[in-house]
Design a protein around this ligand. Structure first.
Ligand SMILES: Cc1cc2nc3c(=O)[nH]c(=O)nc-3n(C[C@H](O)[C@H](O)[C@H](O)COP(=O)(O)OP(=O)(O)OC[C@H]3O[C@@H](n4cnc5c(N)ncnc54)[C@H](O)[C@@H]3O)c2cc1C
Length: 397
């Protein structure tokens, strides 16, 4: 294989292209916008910058946040110090940094819209707004609004959530996370350099209703949305069943990042998985042990082992976590009470925020915490109920 076209130059595409170009493949990135302020919180977890330290060690502007407040209407607030800070970027800056790295590694970067793909004997003909060209292999990195219907995840309404918000010209040092009644999702206030990103994501609720919830919250908190820039986008949130049949690769192509639905179905974290999948895809493309026909399967296996099995398990937890009940209260309210009372639960939440606690490992962690104070014992019982329910459609714990 000599040439690869990377369709989409967001974090997934840029990072895959950087790896491919550095290894000597003739690599081109095609993006209709290049670097842009993609609707996003811009939060980069410890897991991401631990794996890819350049995300922390660079001159690109970013906020380093060590304090989070979690809120529930009934339980009030709990402070959660982040032992491993969250980095918060503007997406324009982050995307530009990643595109620059790809270009420096030797990738060619072109601003154009990809209109379609045709399979040929040798590879693909890529049709763009500015003409067509041939390539051996395609990496699909066109995000959650991928319009190339024959490649990438096949969405149904149940596999996405709506995410929208405002960039508010204000400042604060901490993150706020607000849980809301009967919403499989949450509101966030993320401090960025020069402004706040205030947004809401929710599954199964129309955008207009989410916007009303967010604006009501902002009014209550004294955050003005009048004149603030509005943003909205789709966030992949695959149901557990979809993970089993997710179309992430096929003959001559692999999908990375949002185009493959590779987002945490609970937190909405996608930046790490975009870059990680770009990394894994490039490893498989470059690995000559796999003939071109075997690459799709090799990529699926690698993804599953690396993080997709964990996200699939997380998809089964999401409803219970946001909508479930425990001892006559909601699960989010109980979580806030446990953060206040149980040091072990605090540790667990800090690890979940850092991205170092896999969902699949929750049960094992519980078993280690069998002895403790009364709050710890109740917390263990609570987590046991949360993690071990067999059916994700059951909201009641
Ligand atoms: C409101 C919101 C908040 C979020 N907050 C966070 C957060 O705080 N932390 C986190 O980790 N994740 C967050 N996410 C998820 C994160 O934004 C995505 O997972 C991430 O951007 C995925 O990267 P990507 O490269 O796969 O796709 P994208 O970033 O969407 O990039 C796709 C690129 O493809 C280009 N493109 C698309 N179609 C074509 C075409 N036909 N031709 C040419 N170019 C094309 C686009 O211009 C775009 O640049 C959030 C998402 C939303 C919607």
């Amino acid at each position: 294989m000599k040439s690869v076209a990377v369709l989409g130059g967001g974090p997934a595409g840029s990072f895959a292209a950087e790896r491919l170009a550095r290894a000597g493949l003739n690599t081109v990135i095609l993006d209709e916008k290049l670097a842009w302020e993609k609707p996003c919180g811009g939060g980069v977890t410890y897991k991401a910058y631990h794996e890819y330290p350049f995300l922390r060690d660079n001159d690109t502007p970013k906020k380093l946040v060590t304090d989070t407040f979690l809120w529930d209407q009934k339980a009030g607030a709990a402070r959660l110090g982040l032992t491993r800070p969250l980095l918060i970027y503007s997406r324009l800056d982050l995307n530009q940094m990643l595109l620059d790295r790809a270009e420096r590694a030797g990738a060619q970067v072109e601003q154009t819209r990809v209109q379609g793909l045709d399979r040929t004997d040798r590879g693909w003909t890529v049709r763009t707004r500015h003409g067509s060209f041939d390539t051996d292999y395609c990496v699909i990195a066109t995000g959650a609004r991928n319009t190339l219907r024959n490649v990438g995840t096949e969405w149904t309404a149940a596999d996405t959530m709506c995410a929208l918000g405002y960039y508010v010209p204000s400042s604060q040092d901490h993150i706020d996370i607000q849980f809301l009644p009967n919403l499989e999702g949450y509101i966030w206030v993320f401090p960025r350099c020069g402004h706040l990103s205030v947004g809401i994501c929710g599954k199964g609720e129309p955008a207009q209703k989410l916007r009303v919830r967010l604006e009501t919250y902002m009014q209550q908190k004294g955050l003005s949305y009048k004149g603030a820039a509005f943003y909205s986008h789709v966030l992949p949130s695959l149901d557990r069943a979809r993970w089993k049949h997710n179309r992430v690769a096929g003959d001559g192509w692999m999908a990375v990042g949002d185009a493959g639905g590779l987002v945490d179905p609970i937190t909405g974290e996608g930046l790490y998985y975009a870059m990680r999948s770009g990394d894994l895809a490039s490893q498989v493309v470059l690995d000559e042990a796999h003939c071109p026909a075997a690459k799709a399967e090799a990529y699926c296996t690698l993804l599953h082992r690396d993080f997709a099995a964990d996200l699939e398990f997380g998809a089964g937890l999401a409803k219970r976590l946001f909508l479930g009940r425990f001892l006559f209260s909601t699960v989010p309210a109980r979580m806030i009470q446990f953060i206040r009372k149980s040091p072990l639960f605090c540790d667990l939440m800090q690890d979940l925020f850092a991205g170092t606690q896999p969902y699949l490992g929750l049960k094992t962690r519980l078993l280690k915490n069998v002895n403790g104070t009364i709050p710890e014992t109740v917390m263990n019982f609570f987590l046991h109920k949360l993690v071990t329910q067999p059916d994700s459609s059951q909201a009641e714990a």
